[in-house]
Design a binder for this molecule. Structure first.
Ligand code: P6P
Length: 340
């Protein structure tokens, strides 16, 4: 039986690929992995502990916070604060950035944007949820780290990843040299390399979108959905529709099997629902590294210049040919399907 390789061993092994690395990023990734194990323990017994349901509070988005949301946020902030490699955190659960002013962290070189528990409305119905994180290098060491340092384009990310708490718990991340997936082995409490050098599925036949918003979709998206549903053997259509309502779970399935996830502008979310800094940018980095594409319908997600920490964006992410097909419909705004 081949021995497994743990996340910690893998990170140290890969550190050698970064000649100037002194181990800070490695430590930061390990800190995230540890917090993920703690959150996983609570997610897996959520039905038993008094940790289900609403926390009775709201986040900046005006969304009710689930108890597990708040727990996950606290765990990741604690792990990042104590690890000493992160000087500031932008969390979905907090209006403002959190500066980590401890002696050991205030000069740290990394900034983390995080959605501690994405899809949390699914927790009470036992549907997979996830954590999404994005790591940037601090640019200015002359003064105390400022909120503005969060507003870096996605192309500036040094690492990004997600944890999906599903039938098994997996951590998937990239540092810009490919994507690797680690499955948590509960018998030893370690994330073990299970999906080396992940590439997006090369049989793109799935689309993920909340069709309940159909009436308000841009015409190009309506035309694309029609394209997906047409019968055409040569292009493997009609495609399969799969939508979990938990972005990490939908994205993870499409990454493994091939497909596209779409969250366009809708009546409720005229700029799209998903947040640029801690949902779209990290997942776009991963999908691009795995050979896919991520667009807001006009341009590359990673090249959007953020204006605010919690800004939202439409997102079309998955196999290149599927994303480019959506872009074609949107840009041409065709009433008739393009040459199908
Ligand atoms: P809708 C979960 O609340 C989330 O932020 C993503 O994880 C998910 O993809 C999306 O919202 C679902 O939104 O409007 O389809 O319920």
């Amino acid at each position: 039986m081949t021995r497994f390789k743990t996340l910690g061993q893998f990170i140290i092994e890969k550190q050698a690929e970064f000649p100037f690395a002194k181990g800070e990023l490695s430590r930061l990734l390990r800190d995230i992995g540890i917090a993920a194990k703690v959150v996983n323990r609570e997610v897996n017994k959520a039905g038993l502990a008094d940790i289900l349901g609403d926390n009775g509070t709201e986040n900046i988005q005006g969304e009710g916070q689930q108890k597990l949301d708040v727990f996950a946020d606290k765990e990741f902030i604690e792990a990042l604060s104590n690890g000493g490699e992160c000087c500031m955190i932008a969390s979905e659960e907090h209006d403002e950035c959190i500066r980590i002013n401890t002696q050991v962290s205030k000069n740290a070189k990394y900034i983390v944007c995080i959605d501690p528990l994405d899809g949390s409305s699914n927790i009470d119905v036992n549907v997979s949820v996830g954590t999404i994180f994005s790591i940037y290098r601090r640019k200015n060491f002359d003064n105390e780290v400022s909120q503005e340092e969060i507003l870096q384009q996605g192309t500036e990310q040094v690492a990004a990843g997600y944890i999906v708490y599903g039938s098994s718990t997996m951590m998937v991340y990239t540092t810009g040299k490919g994507v690797n997936g680690f499955t948590l082995d509960p018998s030893i409490g370690e994330f073990c390399l299970s999906h080396p050098q992940m590439k997006i599925g090369q049989d793109p036949h799935m689309y993920s979108i909340n069709e309940g918003n159909y009436a308000h979709f841009p015409q190009g998206v309506k035309d694309y959905i029609k394209y997906c549903q047409q019968i055409d053997e040569a292009t493997n259509r009609p495609f399969i529709s799969r939508y979990i309502g938990s972005m990490v779970a939908d994205l993870h399935r499409n990454l493994l099997k091939g497909g596209i996830f779409l969250y366009p502008a809708t009546a409720s979310y005229p700029n799209g629902k998903l947040r640029l800094m801690y949902e779209c940018n990290p997942l776009a980095f991963i999908v691009e590294q795995a050979g896919g594409k991520a667009s807001n319908g006009k341009s590359r997600i990673l090249e959007i210049q953020p204006q605010s920490m919690h800004e939202r964006t439409p997102i079309f992410i998955g196999n290149i040919e599927m994303v480019e097909m959506v872009e074609e419909y949107l840009i041409r705004g065709v009433k008739q399907p393009v040459n199908t």
